[in-house]
Design a protein around this ligand. Structure first.
Ligand code: ATP
Ligand code: MG
Length: 373
């Protein structure tokens, strides 16, 4: 039997908007799995194997794999067949109150009947080896032995659209995941410097993009070659300001794309104080006048916390290969840690070709759709 009951959590708190969130989640499950989804009594019934997918769909709190649907508690016990001994407990949830017994009474009755049928089984309320889940609704008992906890959060598409600045490092893929988990639909923008950086780096970005795309129905990766802008900056900007200018250029191109595609915000993997470009003064100085919402979901995360999440979501194994990032190219040895916005403006006013080069990179952006258009 390939039947799952899906529960969501936070959506319940959304008052009048509740059905918008529920419909979004239903639509995402259908698009991401291709399975039919039916809403019954505050949960979804899905026909198809969701084992691998529960953890890929933001908004799901957990899924219960159904082993049978019954009209009476006695029928449940009749269908069970346990050969080995273990400790267990029954957990019952009623969505409909038209059954004469309470949830606790149903659980107690089931545990008694199960122990009568299988004398080698024992109930353990605190630390059972097996849990038997029973849900009562629509005049039926839905029974499952396997519950998979999801990532929770909100369904993608319920919290606006973002453009995530995606490198091949550990941070930005994790930042992207956290925004997807909060319901933001994401497209991605990766900067590279071919032929100064290898094509392998671009391919790694594509691989990370595909992993992140598995958390939402459809997405695209924009690829922007900024080698010419970087060379120009390298020859015209004081060395210790170079990294900040590379970053400023990235933000400027990203802002153009965000506006053209009508997105709401830019996302980065910056974390306070992690590297020189991420001191509070530098973050402020680089973006002060850009008039664009930049979300930095990792700002308060430690590196190890970020790395742990990256392995959980599957991007860590690519990031660990440590590709040469375009940002590291021509990087100064002693970057400034406390830049002022005025100084950045002063340097920028002498860069007469900068806007033109930025526009050229922007116009040459390539796009890659996943899973196809
Ligand atoms: P990450 O681990 O995400 O690469 P980092 O610790 O290397 O981050 P920086 O190189 O300062 O830090 O980058 C800060 C942020 O700028 C990244 O998290 C990412 O959002 C963005 N960024 C850096 N390099 C690129 C790139 N090549 N393409 C797109 N965005 C980038
Ligand atoms: Mg990086």
């Amino acid at each position: 039997m390939n039947l799952w009951i899906i529960h969501w959590s936070e959506i319940g708190l959304k008052g009048k908007n509740r059905s918008f969130f529920e419909n979004k989640l239903k639509e995402n499950i259908e698009k991401q799995t291709g399975f039919k989804v039916k809403k019954i009594k505050g949960r979804f019934i899905v026909e198809g194997d969701l084992t691998e997918m529960i953890n890929k769909i933001p908004g799901i709190s957990y899924g219960l794999k159904i082993i049978g649907v019954f009209e009476k508690p006695e029928e449940i016990v009749k269908s069970l067949n346990f050969k080995e001994s273990f400790t267990f407990k029954v957990i019952t949830k009623r969505a409909d109150k038209d059954w004469p017994e309470t949830s606790i009474e149903i659980s107690k009755k089931l545990m008694k009947l199960i122990m009568e049928k299988f004398p080698y089984l024992q109930v353990d309320f605190k630390n059972p080896q097996k849990k038997i889940y029973v849900e009562y609704f629509e005049k039926k008992f839905w029974v499952g032995l396997e519950k998979i906890v999801g990532i929770g959060g909100l369904p993608v598409g319920s919290s606006g659209k973002g453009l995530s600045l995606l490198s091949c490092g550990f941070d930005s893929p994790v930042a992207s995941f956290l925004m997807l988990k909060r319901g933001m639909k994401l497209d991605f923008l990766h900067f590279y410097s071919y032929p100064q950086t290898s094509l392998l780096e671009k391919e790694a970005a594509l691989e990370i993009f595909k992993i992140l795309s598995s958390y939402q129905p459809q997405s695209c990766l924009y690829l922007s070659n900024i080698l010419e802008v970087q060379k120009y900056l390298f020859n015209n900007v004081p060395k210790k300001y170079l990294t900040l200018f590379y970053r400023r250029v990235m933000f400027k191109i990203a802002k153009k794309l965000k506006e053209e595609k009508n997105l709401d915000a830019l996302i980065t993997g910056e974390s306070l104080g992690q590297v020189a470009s991420q001191t509070i003064q530098n973050i402020l100085a680089t973006t002060k006048d850009l008039d664009v919402l930049i979300l930095r979901p990792l700002i308060g995360f430690n590196k190890q916390e970020i790395i742990d999440i990256s392995y959980k979501i599957g991007t860590g194994k690519i990031s660990e290969k440590n590709f040469q990032d375009c940002c590291l190219l021509f990087n100064p040895k002693n970057p400034i840690t406390k830049a002022s916005f005025e100084k950045i403006r002063e340097i920028e006013s002498s860069l007469t070709k900068l806007d033109e080069l930025i526009q050229k990179s922007f116009e040459e952006i390539e796009v890659y759709h996943w899973p196809g258009k």
